[in-house]
Design a protein around this ligand. Sequence first.
Ligand SMILES: O=C(CO)[C@@H](O)[C@H](O)COP(=O)(O)O
Length: 228
Amino acid sequence: MADRPLIAPSILSADFARLGEEIAAIARPGETRADWVHVDVMDAHFVPNLTLGLPVVQSLIKSTDVPLDCHLMIDDPDRWAIGYAEAGAYNVTVHVEAANDPVMLAKNLRAAGAKAGLSIKPGTPLEPHVDTLKHYDTLLVMSVEPGFGGQSFMPDVLEKVRTARRLVDTGHLKLVVEIDGGINAETIEQAAEAGVDCFVAGSAVYGADDPGRAVAALREQAARSRRD
Ligand SMILES: O=C(CO)[C@@H](O)[C@H](O)COP(=O)(O)O
C-alpha cells in the first residue's frame, strides 16, 4: 500500500480558462500539495463528452512539476496513448473496454517512460483481467459512469476495490489502486476502508473555496480510515 493516501485532483472541475493557476493552487509545497494532477481526456466517442487532448497536456507538463495522471476516455487508445507517454505524462491510463491489446499497450507505455494504468467502468467485472494486473502500475476503478464530473459515488464498486486490494497484497503486486468519481468528504472514508491508495477528486477540490486545503483535508480523512 502507498505510504500515505495519494490525492489526485481532477481538472475536469477546474476553470479551463485558468488551468495554469488552478493547478498552481494545488502545487505549493506542503500538505496542500496534490500528489498527482488527474487529467481527463475525453473524445466524445468513448464517452459523451469532449475535453482536451495531447497539445494541452504537452503545455501542462511544461507548466507544473506535479506528475500528470492522464486518464484516456477515448476510442482506439492503442493508437493515441503512446503520445501522452512520450510527452512526459507520469501515468497513462486506458480503458479495458476501449483497448484492443491493453497488455501490449501497457508494455509500450512503460517502454516510453510512463507508468501504465488500466481503468474499468462500474459495470465491467475485474475477474477476466486479474491475471494481467502485473503488467500495470495503476488500476483505476471508476465509481461513476465516465464522462462527467459531479456525479454520485456508486458504492457497489467497492467490492472490486476490495478484490484488487487483496490481489495486490497477497500477490505482492506494485499496483496503485485508484478510484475516480464522486469522491468527497462523505465518500472518501469508505473508499479508504476498502483499500484505495489514490483518490481522484474533481468537484470536492475545485468546488471548494481553497482547493489546496481541500486536498489536505481529503488526505487526512483517507489516512484516518485506511486499513493498515
Ligand atoms: O473521469 C471522471 C469522470 O468521467 C472523473 O475524473 C471526474 O472528473 C471526477 O469528478 P468528481 O466526481 O470528483 O466531481
